[in-house]
Design a binder for this molecule. Structure first.
Ligand code: ADP
Length: 518
């Protein structure tokens, strides 16, 4: 018949060794019957087998006599493989001496408690273990061997290594790393904190953090602690702290909550980075930026002044030259006059452009809007420009379609002159230039297309910027790089948009679209 027993029972034995049936003194456990020697052994074997520690027994000569399941798991050998073998099978050669010392101690009847060491598994890998070894006595009380309990402490070791690594990181950090309680009492202070603020860890631990806070910033600490108590981190908060010598340091603070194992917030860790150099550099940058802005303003003012001053004499020269053209007989010398008129015209255009740039800069590009027929304007402009070239043909698409728009006629003409002149200029071999305009909803779209040299893709996004010229064109074509900038500003002032598509050696297509009535 199968007997029942309760392995967890706290036996209350009488002097005769019998177990009292029924409830125990504490009233919790009931033992069914007296355990036999066999049963006791079975219980022990079960305990040994289910233990999470490796349990090994050996003779006083170090020969292994038992080996539980965890020992197999820990060291890789089966019980069969190691029984009768010397324990040195799992001892690293440089630690063999330990075994002699252990056995000597066991022989003298003493036990060894929590001895931390290393043993080797079958695959050669090392195990960090904590050993507890007790003498095993026979019925006569003679020591006949040792029982060894090995606990795997690799995790503990790893945790210690990790802790040491973290400590080293904290110690070698260039940032001051400080921890404090929720009441603001400093609990740790690294090397960089000493360098930054002058206090040693010994001096400052236990003191209140306000020791390094300027008086007018004390309330920052209240806000920081409030935020930390709510579990919120503070990131890159730029502030000022004072060192032991009273010197102020500009710092960027990152403060995080410290939690205990139960997740309760018990303090804060503070990382302070010295940003004095950054702040100084920023100040310097602001100073230079301001200087640049001032210089730019002087330059703009000079440009306005210079172009204004140039404009009056140029107008007079131009008028007089034109008068001479009318008055003088058309002989071979008249060519000098014609060339001068051409150049003065060019110069006047340049001065006008510079004046326009200054106006845009000053936000003074004003429009004088009227209603006019866009096609008449396009035709007129095309006709005028056609007179400047024989190699090109300016072709209008769909000229019958008349569109009346409300815009600044002179400014739109300026844009058209610009786009068509560019098409002529950047198609040096000659060819056709197509000009078209059509309604698109509430807007009118105007397009100037050529079959010229085209614009490299990377330049397209900069083409409307002030003074921008395509570097590969600059050496072969004269220009100032302001025409498209002014055109874009004029279109912008009309609340429209301007854009370009282009392909090298195939040509470019400039488009703008503006509201018909606005
Ligand atoms: P620029 O006085 O140099 O012609 P723009 O502002 O009118 O100044 O034009 C800027 C640049 O755009 C020019 O230098 C030229 O490289 C390029 N560009 C403008 N129009 C064309 C075009 N139709 N074909 C090729 N490149 C062009």
């Amino acid at each position: 018949m199968k007997k029942e027993f309760s392995p967890t029972t706290n036996e209350t034995k009488s002097k005769s060794g019998t177990v009292h049936p029924g409830l125990q003194a504490n009233g919790t456990v009931k033992l069914k019957h007296i355990l036999s020697g066999e049963e006791k052994q079975a219980i022990l074997a079960a305990i040994v087998d289910s233990s999470e520690d490796a349990i090994i027994s050996k003779t006083l000569d170090g020969l292994i006599t038992s080996w539980n399941k965890t020992a197999k798991k820990m060291f890789g050998y089966t019980e069969k493989e190691v029984l009768g073998k010397h324990i040195s099978i799992i001892i690293p050669p440089e630690r063999i001496k330990e075994e002699t010392l252990i056995l000597n101690r066991i022989r003298s009847g003493k036990r060894i408690d929590h001895f931390e060491t290393i043993r080797i598994a079958k695959d050669g890998s090392e195990r960090n273990i904590s050993l507890t070894i007790s003498p095993v006595k026979n019925q006569e009380g003679v020591i006949i061997g040792a029982s060894k309990v090995a606990r795997d402490i690799s995790f503990k070791k790893q945790a210690l290594v990790k802790q040491a690594m973290l400590a080293a990181i904290v110690d070698f950090s260039d940032d001051a790393i400080i921890s404090k309680t929720l009441k603001g009492i400093i609990t740790s202070w690294n090397h960089a904190a000493t360098t930054m603020f002058g206090y040693t860890e010994k001096e400052i631990t236990g003191k209140h953090i306000s020791i390094i806070i300027p008086e007018d910033r004390l309330e920052e600490e209240t806000l920081i602690i409030e935020s930390i108590s709510l579990g919120k981190k503070i990131d890159h908060f730029e502030t000022v702290r004072i060192g032991k010598d009273g010197k102020e340091t500009q710092i960027s603070l990152t403060v995080s909550p410290i939690k205990d194992l139960n997740g309760k917030i018990i303090g804060a860790s503070k990382v302070a980075r010295d940003i004095s150099l950054k702040v100084a550099a920023e100040k310097q940058r602001d100073l230079y930026t301001q200087k640049l802005k001032d210089l730019n303003t002087y330059k703009d003012e000079f440009m306005v002044m210079a172009s204004h001053e140039l404009k009056t004499p140029l107008t007079v020269i131009f008028a007089n030259l034109q008068l001479l053209q009318l008055l003088l007989p058309r002989n071979e010398h008249i060519n000098f006059l014609d060339t001068s008129v051409k150049q003065v015209k060019k110069l006047t255009g340049l001065v006008n452009n510079l004046l326009d740039v200054s106006k845009v800069q000053a936000g003074k590009l004003t429009l004088n809007k009227t209603d006019f027929c866009l096609h008449s304007l396009l035709k007129e402009t095309g006709k005028n420009l056609q007179q400047t070239t024989e190699k090109h043909r300016i072709i209008f698409k769909d000229p019958q379609n008349k569109i009346i728009i409300h815009a600044d006629r002179e400014r739109i003409e300026q844009v058209m002159v610009n786009l068509i002149s560019n098409a002529i200029k950047y198609m040096p071999a000659g060819g056709d230039i197509y000009v078209e305009a059509y309604k698109e909803g509430e807007n009118v779209l105007v397009r100037v297309a050529d079959n010229g040299i085209g614009i490299p893709e990377p330049d397209l996004e900069y083409i409307f910027q002030r003074f921008y010229r395509v570097s590969s064109h600059a050496s072969s074509f004269s220009g100032s790089g302001v025409g498209l900038f002014i055109s874009a500003e004029i279109i912008k002032a009309h609340e429209g948009r301007i854009w370009v598509t282009s392909e090298i050696n195939k040509g470019s297509e400039f488009n703008f679209s503006i509201p018909i009535t606005n």
